[in-house]
Design a binder for this molecule. Structure first.
Ligand code: KG4
Ligand code: ZN
Length: 328
């Protein structure tokens, strides 16, 4: 079973060929980060146009690296939500066109469900129930995974997504875009205990980051000589404290035997360290997808599509995109 996956929901144009939902035969990601950096964030119209330019060569590369042709595939899949409408349309249109030309089934994939599949790609033996922290630039969710397709969202952010908070704080500190990787790097040379930023604790499992972001701004304005690395480390520690605490509550509430991270912020070194420590302290297994599978990629799209095709069959070609699609 060979599935071509396509991902264009935000600022990555990606295509991948995955065999049997498990074996990554190729995974090509063309990032538009440099294009958007000058604006300090993703500009939707710029993203859509870049996807239009990149989609054909990226798909060709993915097929070439996998050593397959359209005729060898069993299905073509694309992210159909959530994401930027114009950006989603590029990948979905390309996937439908290829499916029509090749006489293949088309599968529309939920980007959030695909992030959950990134862990399974690397660790096929991962056994539910899982407690998953899905943290990206657009989402912060605590999910109980009872099995493939069986998800319960137990908590989420009440304001900014965690990645969004990293990006906004980095922009305020003049560190560039995207903010997560640069704060992560800078934090290694700072003191995480230097500034006691607030730990918001909204609902039992919900998260909140906008008050923290404001506290960073106020602290830096009041202390212009503050060491930026200390701000980065203290901010990151406050985010990670909150995320790990909510993951611990989720795991207890669901009797999960395994902790899993997903989404771009799962690349954060401190979050990975603390999640591994939580697992060790509570006798649970932990799966931390490799960095390339944490951030947006198409291998996770093809993996989720393989499951969805088996469970639901092909997606009708008249199904559009859904920018606001939820996990459940
Ligand atoms: O999943 P993703 O690639 O795209 C979305 O679906 O949003 O996540 C991108 C987000 C950005 O906000 C970026 O700053 C954040 O993930 N990120 C990180 C790190 N690497 C990427 N945040 C914290 N630490 C990192 N090392
Ligand atoms: Zn994502």
């Amino acid at each position: 079973m060979l599935v071509l996956g396509i991902e264009t929901s935000c600022d990555e144009t990606a295509a991948a060929v995955v065999e049997d939902g498990r074996i990554v035969r190729s995974s090509v990601v063309s990032s538009q980060v440099d294009l958007h950096a000058q604006f300090g964030g993703v500009v939707p119209e710029v993203a859509s146009r870049a996807h239009v330019d990149l989609i054909v060569p990226v798909v060709a590369d993915a097929l070439g690296e996998a050593g397959v042709e359209l005729a060898d595939l069993d299905a073509v899949a694309a992210t159909h939500g959530p994401g930027l409408a114009g950006a989603l349309l590029v990948g979905v249109s390309a996937a439908k066109a290829l499916a029509l030309v090749g006489g293949l089934p088309y599968v529309g994939v939920n980007h959030l469900e695909a992030h959950l599949y990134a862990g399974w790609l690397e660790h096929p033996d991962m056994e539910p129930p899982l407690a998953v922290l899905l943290v990206s630039g657009g989402h912060t969710m605590l999910v109980a995974v009872d099995g493939p397709g069986a998800y319960r969202v137990l908590g989420q952010t009440v304001d900014d997504a965690a990645g969004e908070a990293f990006d906004k704080v980095a922009r305020f500190l003049g560190l560039g875009y995207p903010g997560g990787p640069v704060i992560d790097r800078l934090a290694r040379t700072g003191d995480p205990g230097a500034i006691p930023f607030p730990r918001a604790m909204p609902g039992e499992i919900d998260c909140s980051f906008s008050g923290l972001k404001t506290a960073v701004v106020q602290h830096v304005r009041a202390n212009p000589d503050v060491v930026v690395a200390d701000v980065a480390a203290s901010f990151q520690e406050a985010v990670v404290d909150q995320l790990v605490e909510k993951l611990a509550i989720t795991a207890d509430a669901t009797d999960a035997t395994t902790l899993v991270l997903g989404g771009g912020v799962a690349a954060n070194s401190r979050l990975r360290e603390r999640t591994a420590a939580l697992a060790a302290a509570t006798g649970r297994a932990v799966f931390l997808p490799p960095l390339a599978l944490c951030t947006d990629n198409a291998a996770m799209i093809a993996a989720a599509a393989t499951y969805r095709l088996g469970a639901d069959g092909p997606t009708p070609l008249d199904t559009g995109v859904d920018p606001g699609l939820g996990l459940v």
